[in-house]
Every structure is written in structure tokens, then in C-alpha cells.
Design a protein around this ligand. Structure first.
Ligand SMILES: C[S@@+](CC[C@H](N)C(=O)[O-])C[C@H]1O[C@@H](n2cnc3c(N)ncnc32)[C@H](O)[C@@H]1O
Length: 291
């Protein structure tokens, strides 16, 4: 899924809505640089994001669950390629000795001054190194785990990125990754593709990674609920469509639409318990082991 879409003004994923819920979250001083909203509004916003009022609620629930299932497979030194805001730092912390995160400057910097990003992210320990997944700044066989959550759809050459992953993993080390399937375009222009389970298997095997598990995220009901929510968000509530694929909600249409989004997601949350078919789903997670 797309945890990343930028910034609707009310419930919905937002780059300034909520500080990352990890021990690595930026200090208060940095948060005041990130968001101009008063603390009570940030807290309300963060709470609303965790309810079915947020059109991304179904997607987020399933991604959170997928990541929690991946975490016990992590060990030793873990390198997160495309760490973003390190949203799952606390989930992996009990399983790894050290967690290093790489970010890709063209996506992160956007139109912002790179010095500001250096201050916020490097100083406050979210991003450890800037680089490119196509050319990892690591020695051969130097890490125990490579993590890549919702990243591979964003790189022009996934083959090369997986080859790099295989190069830096120690024999027996694991590649843990997720990709979306049913998901709106996001982080444009850096959204290049969607993967199928067989495509993922083939991609891993080609680079000497033995696939231990490919798991779908949700099922046909989760996908239907998510698509409907995105329809309400994007067709009914959106005021502005931004160049990166995200939308900004109109305040009053947003308020009118959110109860419908709430009911839709609640209904499909129940429906997915009965649905068996996962040929259509929200995404996939993979555990693969370096031979
Ligand atoms: C959808 S976000 C996911 C961020 C984070 N993994 C998460 O789960 O919140 C996709 C991430 O891929 C990163 N990315 C895009 N192209 C990349 C590249 N060539 N090398 C490394 N990371 C890249 C972006 O900077 C962005 O943080």
C-alpha cells in the first residue's frame, strides 16, 4: 500500500499529520519544523488516521499486519532501503542488533532545501545514509537483513536493486519486502509498476534468493473496500489533485464523505473475514533467503 500519499487536510495519510510512531521519532524541535499545526490538532489527526474515517485505513491495517509478520525474520544488522520516515522502527527493534536506513534524495528532497532535510532526518536518526537502491553503499556480504517496504514499485530497475540486495546479504541472510498490488498511483513520477506473486518469485530466484514465503495482503473484499474508499476520496472529496498523485480534500466535501468512507471500510472489514479469494488483494510480502 501507499502509506506515503501526501497530505489531505483531514483524516488521511499526511506528511505532516502525525509524527512517526517509533522511538526514533524526531525531537519536538524538529516536529515544529515539520508541522505548523498546534499539538492538539496533530494529536487529533493522528488519532483519526487510525480509524475507518481515514480512506487508507484498510490498506494501513493490512500493511501493519504484514510488517509484524515479517519482523521475526529479521536479525543482526538490518539495512532498510527506502526507509522513508522509519515507521516500523519499534516493530523491528526487538529482532535486530542494528537498524540502518537509506533514503533516495530525489524523492525525499522534493522541492525542499536539502540542508533542512539533513537537519531533520540525519540529525534525528531517521535516515542514516542517502543513496540509491540500484547501487548500495555497502560491502559484499556485509548485512544480515535487507528490508524494503513498499519501495520496489518505485525503482526504474528492480532487477538491479534485487541484485544489489543479494550482493550485500551474507549467505543465509534474508530479504524482507512488501509491494502494493491494488493501490492508487503515488509518489509520482516514481511509481513504475505492480508485481504479481510469480513475478516476485522469479525476480528473487534470478538473483540467488530462495523464496521462503510470498503472502498476499488482504483479499478480494479488502481490495474492493479500498478501491471504493479511494473512489469516495478522489472523486467526491478531492479539491486538488497534486502532481505526485496525492489529493487535497475539500473541507466540507471531506466532512460529508468521511461517514460514507467509514461505513464502506467497516462493511468490507467484516466482508473480508468471509472472502476466500485473494487473486485480487492489496499487496504482497516476501521472505527470501540468500543461498
Ligand atoms: C512508498 S515509500 C515507502 C517508505 C517506507 N519504506 C515506508 O514503508 O514508509 C517509497 C520509498 O522508496 C524510496 N525510493 C524510491 N526510489 C528509490 C531508490 N532508487 N533507491 C532507494 N529508495 C528509493 C523513496 O524515497 C520512498 O521513501
Amino acid at each position: 500500500m501507499t502509506r506515503d500519499p501526501a497530505a489531505p487536510p483531514s483524516p488521511g495519510p499526511s506528511s505532516d499529520a502525525a509524527p512517526p510512531s517509533t522511538p526514533d521519532a524526531p525531537a519536538p524541535a524538529a516536529q515544529s519544523v515539520i508541522s505548523k499545526r498546534p499539538p492538539w490538532m496533530r494529536r487529533l489527526h493522528a488519532w483519526l488516521r487510525k480509524t475507518p474515517l481515514n480512506p487508507y485505513w484498510l490498506d494501513m491495517r493490512h500493511l501493519d499486519e504484514a510488517v509484524r509478520q515479517l519482523a521475526p525474520h529479521a536479525s543482526g544488522l538490518m539495512f532498510d532501503v527506502g526507509v522513508g520516515e522509519r515507521p516500523y522502527g519499534a516493530v523491528f527493534a526487538p529482532h535486530v542488533r542494528r537498524y540502518l536506513g537509506l533514503e533516495y534524495p530525489p524523492v525525499v528532497f522534493g522541492n525542499l532545501n536539502p540542508d533542512l532535510w539533513n537537519y531533520i532526518h540525519v540529525v534525528h536518526g531517521i535516515i542514516d545514509v542517502f543513496g540509491d537502491g540500484h547501487e548500495l553503499p555497502l560491502r559484499d556480504a556485509s548485512v544480515d537483513t535487507v528490508l524494503s517496504l513498499e519501495v520496489l514499485e518505485h525503482v526504474p530497475d528492480p532487477d538491479r536493486c534485487v541484485a544489489e540486495t543479494a550482493r550485500v546479504l551474507r549467505p543465509g541472510g534474508r530479504f524482507l519486502m512488501t509491494v502494493p498490488m491494488v493501490s492508487p498511483l503515488h509518489q509520482l513520477p516514481f511509481d513504475f509498476r505492480r508485481f504479481t506473486p510469480n513475478g516476485l518469485r522469479e525476480l528473487m530466484e534470478r538473483h540467488g534468493l530462495e523464496v521462503e514465503e510470498v503472502r498476499p495482503r488482504g483479499n478480494v473484499a479488502s481490495a474492493a473496500g479500498s478501491v471504493l474508499s479511494h473512489y469516495f476520496l478522489r472523486h467526491w472529496a478531492a479539491k486538488v489533485r497534486k502532481h505526485d498523485g496525492s489529493v487535497v480534500m475539500s473541507r466540507w466535501r471531506g466532512v460529508l464523505t468521511m461517514p460514507i468512507v467509514f461505513l464502506t471500510q467497516s462493511l468490507f472489514f467484516v466482508a473480508e473475514k468471509f472472502a476466500k479469494d485473494d487473486a485480487l488483494c492489496l499487496g504482497y510480502s516476501v521472505v527470501a533467503r540468500k543461498r
